[in-house]
Design a protein around this ligand. Structure first.
Ligand code: MLC
Ligand code: AMP
Length: 505
């Protein structure tokens, strides 16, 4: 095949006459209509000077056109770099510079603040709004609806997804065509997706879950999606009767369970509910089954590896576990100190190897070497155990990471900003249990001797530097941080002390 990812996910549906996107309040978009738009975007990218292997940074609202831009990039052999719409200009500047993107596509409302930054890094800036309008759309609109698909090898890069790290510096995870394709095909089979499926899609499309799991799986199956701009309870409940399946982060399911309209009558026709990106409490799993009769299928993945494990479609969906390694994915649990494989049942770091595992971090060979072993095993940083019958349970994290509403937040990134503020001697950022988001960010600050902290100024500085979802929801002032004999801050003690901050009631 000339371009395995494009040909399989997109090109194969030319002439199928099937629907692809149901867009509430708008006309349904067929695969053919979608592929026409994608081809126009492929031309637009080429017209903007991008060729195979170049990067396009994309920070746009969720829409059919945004998905078509992703498809067009793959067709043109351009590496797509989707970015969270919450990122600040300061965060975006890092991504554009680090990736060497030749084009930044942003919302028309942000063009003024971003164009000069992009130009500073030699990148062009074009726009695409949530309504599908913008300068890139205007260029695309003048282009033909067919495009000669650019040849790509399975090992060529298809996308970069930036993921923060424990050092506070984001890394571009390089994903190949084969990474994305193999995972989508495995999941279609495992989860029994067909062209009769209609997936309720309320996730953002700038992360693995919404783009490479939800969208790619539906594309590989030739099914359709109800594309909602975001998770909105009323819209989700209104759309459920037309759907056969849904994917979401645990917050989606706890919010649905909190709503009296979420009944067995509303969900009786559904084939499948899937959860991932953050731990689904066993209690939520049980409550969900009690309410709807459906057992949520929980799976486990990450940016660098796409999906690693899943509970079975048929067979036991075991609450509190993330199921079994996917076909073709090897999983082992190792000693965090020595890297030696541990016997089944023991807790250690989860490592995975398979066609799903990324190629490394963009231009960061030392960081790649620290996490991706020479033998191909990726060290996930998640702590877990595998039972004798193969089921994997995640029990914690070796990495200092907070997951709020399915978004990863690395404390170091926030601590670096806080430590820079006037009067702050040092800081420790922790995640504490939160009834809606799973975890919420709390900043523990130690003022310099005699200093009075100006929290409004600190919040403003955090606001300039970091996306809203990373902002501490609460600040605590303490005279000193608890440390162990090695001088390391004992965040577990801070979590114990402040764990009840957001308790219900
Ligand atoms: C929004 N806010 C968040 C937040 N989402 N804060 C912390 N964590 C989040 N996840 C902020 C908003 O900016 C807003 O700020 C305030 O919280 C209230 O917003 P909201 O309207 O209540 O939030 P909502 O828009 O409903 O979003 C919550 C959410 C959303 C859970 C629906 O965050 C979401 O769709 N999450 C999915 C993330 C995801 O797709 N993760 C997959 C990563 S891939 P203000 O200004 O109002 O105070 C991955 C691999 C894998 O992990 O395995 O899948
Ligand atoms: P990201 O790097 O944003 O893709 O996030 C990946 C991380 O999310 C993993 O390393 C896990 O810590 C977490 N994660 C994903 N799925 C699950 C799950 N089902 N249960 C617990 N944690 C999960």
């Amino acid at each position: 095949m000339a371009n395995p990812l494009y040909d399989t996910l997109f090109g194969a549906h030319r002439g199928s006459g099937r629907p692809f996107l149901y867009l509430p309040g708008e006309d349904t978009l067929s695969y053919d209509g979608f592929l026409d738009i994608a081809a126009r975007f492929a031309h637009a990218l080429t017209t903007c000077g991008l060729g195979p292997g170049d990067r396009v940074a994309i920070q746009v609202e969720k829409s059919a056109k945004a998905l078509a831009l992703y498809a067009g990039a793959i067709q043109a052999g351009v590496i797509a770099l989707p970015l969270n719409t919450a990122y600040t200009p300061a965060e975006l500047a890092y991504f554009v510079e680090n990736s060497g993107a030749r084009l930044l596509v942003c919302d028309p409302a942000r063009e003024v603040e971003l164009a000069a930054m992009a130009a500073g890094f030699g990148a062009r800036c074009e726009t695409l709004g949530g309504d599908g309008l913008g300068s890139l759309n205007e260029i695309a609109g003048t282009m033909p609806a067919t495009f000669a698909t650019v040849d790509r090898e399975a090992d060529d890069l298809a996308a970069f997804l930036y993921t923060s790290g424990t050092t506070g510096r984001s890394k571009g995870a390089m994903l190949t065509q084969a990474n994305l394709l193999s995972n989508a095909q495995t999941l279609v089979e495992l989860w029994r997706f067909t062209d009769q499926d209609v997936l309720l899609h309320a996730l953002p499309i700038f992360h693995t879950h919404g783009l490479f799991v939800a969208t790619n799986v539906i594309l590989a199956a030739g099914g359709a999606m109800i594309l909602l701009p975001k998770f909105d309870l009323d819209q989700v409940i209104a759309a459920l009767p037309q759907a056969t399946s849904m994917m979401g982060v645990p917050t989606f399911y706890t919010r649905l369970l909190d709503d009296a309209r979420f009944t067995p009558e509303l969900t009786g026709h559904m084939r499948l509910f899937i959860s991932g990106s953050a731990p689904l409490l066993a209690d939520t799993h049980v409550q969900f089954e009690g309410r709807t009769g459906h057992r949520i299928l929980e799976r486990y993945g990450m940016t660098e590896t796409n999906m690693n494990t899943s509970n079975p479609y048929e067979g036991e969906r075991r609450a509190g576990t993330v199921g079994l390694p996917l076909p073709g994915v090897e999983l082992k649990v190792t000693d965090p100190e020595t890297g030696a494989e541990l016997p089944r049942g023991e807790v250690g770091v989860i490592e995975v190897r398979g066609p799903n595992v990324f190629k490394g971090y963009w231009q960061m060979p030392e960081k790649t070497a620290a996490e991706l072993r020479a033998d191909g095993f990726f060290i996930t940083g998640d702590l877990g155990q595998q039972a004798a019958d193969g089921y994997v349970t995640i029990v914690g994290r070796a990495k200092d990471l907070i997951i709020a509403g399915g978004y990863n937040i690395y404390p170091k990134e926030i601590e670096l900003v806080l430590d820079d503020q006037p009067g702050v001697l040092e800081s420790a950022v922790i995640g504490v249990p939160h009834p809606d988001l799973g975890e919420a960010v709390v900043a523990v600050l130690v003022p310099e001797k005699g200093a009075t902290l100006d929290l409004a100024q600190i919040e403003a500085a955090v606001g300039d530097a970091l996306a809203r979802f990373k902002h501490p929801r609460h600040y605590v002032l303490v005279p000193e941080l608890p440390r162990n004999t090695m001088g390391k801050v004992q965040k577990n003690l801070l979590r114990e002390t402040h764990g009840g901050l957001f308790a219900k009631g």
